[in-house]
Design a protein around this ligand. Sequence first.
Ligand code: PLP
Length: 472
Amino acid sequence: MSTEISEPVQLTRVTDERELLELERRYCSWGDTVHYLDPPKFFERCEGNYLYDREGVPYLDLQMWYSAASFGYANPRLGEALKAQAEKLPQLACQYLHAEKVELAALIGRLNESKFGLAGRVHFNVGGAQAIEDSLKIVRNAKGKNLVFAFQGGYHGRTLGASAITSSYRYRRRFGHFSDRAHFVPFPYCFRCPYGKKKEDCGLYCVKEFERNFDTEYNSFWDPKAGESEFAAFYVEAIQGTGGYVVPPEGYFKALKRVLDERNILMVDDEIQMGFYRAGKFWAIENFEVEPDIIVFGKALTNGLNPLSGVWAREELIAPEVFPPGSTHSTFSSNTLGTAVALEAVRMMEEENYEELTRRKGAYFLERIRDLQRRFPKVIGDTDGMGMALRMEICQSDGFTPDRELTDRIFAEGMRGDLDARGRRMGLVLDVGGYYKNVFTLAPCFDMTEEEIDLSVELLEQLIRRCAPDRV
Ligand SMILES: Cc1ncc(COP(=O)(O)O)c(C=O)c1O
């Protein structure tokens, strides 16, 4: 493509969508994920469950920005908190203190004291991957080791450090050698058990296989003379996000944590996507009754408003004597707008009974998509969920072979914005995840009513009928 400047520099605002698309093609990097959809999509407004395109067509959003906007787009209470802070203290170098940062850290610290009986501290940053980077520093600093375990199907972000512990080689392939790439362990994805077992009678075979690594020094993970593992930590998502909202079987994490404790390996719990009630509890890991050593969070902490992320670590890993001033830093890390919104969001989470709400609505939604699966067994192979994190696996007629092509078609049709929502034109926003890119990972807004859940399922049915007419 020529890079010559052929047009005079334009100073007036461009409003025509075709012209904007041309400018995007020429001037925006394509290195992000915008071009996963062709042509890419513009939106103009958002509110509650809905995004609105430039013609005002509403799109019911079943993914809420990968769970970053769980509490509804343009949430009025959080918007007010943002405005109030913008008027009071809109900016401040992070080397000085402001009250909201301290209150937020104390709130999260106290919550974790009450949940896990563990003292700890919080370190803020602005994005999920950056917080993962900070957690890697905390791990390396505490253990003096670089190597970590992570899950196959796991996703922790796209900075270099986060890519090294994210399972997809696709994210590393063009960026040189990752010497500290994680050792990737199979996740208990029981619908497609990597060991060919059935969860009803496998006796958690996968944990036994993991434990076997430490049986003898010749399995390469353990020095029995020193009583030390070469690995410092295990990075987990309690429920895999990008991996396809895979819910592990009962007892899995307890059994895994026992092995890690015996081998003195830290458990780092990535709650960036599943935290803040997405999976029915404040932290998704609470569903599995284990105490992590480090928790990393982001996304819904500010409901997707002014970005903020963070790491909570047990006191002995992050106390000032071991993690002194200057250990890590970013100009925008504990920014005043992000911390003010997050403080209001966490207060809101404490005031409302989101545990009851997400469990009740999630159970209703899951029942509705299970009904869809019963009616369309040649399209939907698996449905599952926890809280309001739900999965729908699109398969070929045998109900098992992944059907990526049909998944992509349904996704693209939803974005056309021409479904019939009881007489009203509407689109449906879905997101595709999973090891075979054939899973709709549903993360609906917590404010969604039962009627809107019914409408969502009607729209999903329309898409199935439109995209797979020969299998309905
Ligand atoms: C589980 C998990 N960890 C880390 C990240 C990276 O977060 P960010 O995109 O904010 O860098 C994501 C993003 O989707 C995620 O889902």
